[in-house]
Design a protein around this ligand. Structure first.
Ligand code: HEC
Length: 128
């Protein structure tokens, strides 16, 4: 009697364990696919941006609208740092990540299409 009830409990336990394991596995799979899809999207965006030849004048206009509040009208720095010679310290990929990533508050993340992002990059390259 006692052996049969303990093996029933064991079976229950195994079933619960499998259920939990299965759910855990599903959640892990979903997280991983979201991560990789996102990663792929980011890569596509960066590749697209870097293929374009931006216009420094257009980038200047964009900078005046979006960035001067923190980086100053001549990009000499205010709340945010001076961006002159930034392109010597950061490569284009890193700058794209900085602008679109929102990883360093208080600087917000910007949703900029690849054309305008390449214009901004060109403008930053024009700063000495
Ligand atoms: C709300 C204020 C704010 C706005 C608006 C803003 N930034 Fe920033 N930015 C910052 C701050 C603060 C930092 C420094 C973050 C840190 O501590 O790394 C920064 C850092 C940067 C850096 C890296 C500088 C370095 O020395 O590593 C770049 C490049 C940059 N910003 C570009 C831009 C561009 C381009 C825009 C407009 C599209 C913009 N920022 C708009 C506040 C701002």
């Amino acid at each position: 009697m006692s052996t049969s009830s303990s093996s029933a409990a064991e079976r229950d336990f195994r079933r619960d364990f499998l259920k939990i394991f299965f759910i855990f596995f599903l959640v892990l799979l979903i997280c991983l696919s979201i991560f990789f899809l996102n990663h792929d999207e980011n890569n596509k965006y960066t590749v697209q941006t870097l293929e374009l030849n931006g216009s420094a004048e257009e980038g200047d206009a964009l900078f005046k609208i979006n960035c001067v509040g923190c980086h100053g009208i001549t990009a000499r720095g205010l709340v945010g740092p001076d961006l002159h010679s930034i392109t010597q310290r950061l490569n284009d990929k890193e700058i794209i990540k900085q602008v679109t990533g929102g990883l360093t508050p208080p600087m917000p993340s910007f949703e900029i299409d690849p054309v305008n992002m390449s214009n901004l990059l060109e403008y930053l390259h024009s700063l000495e």
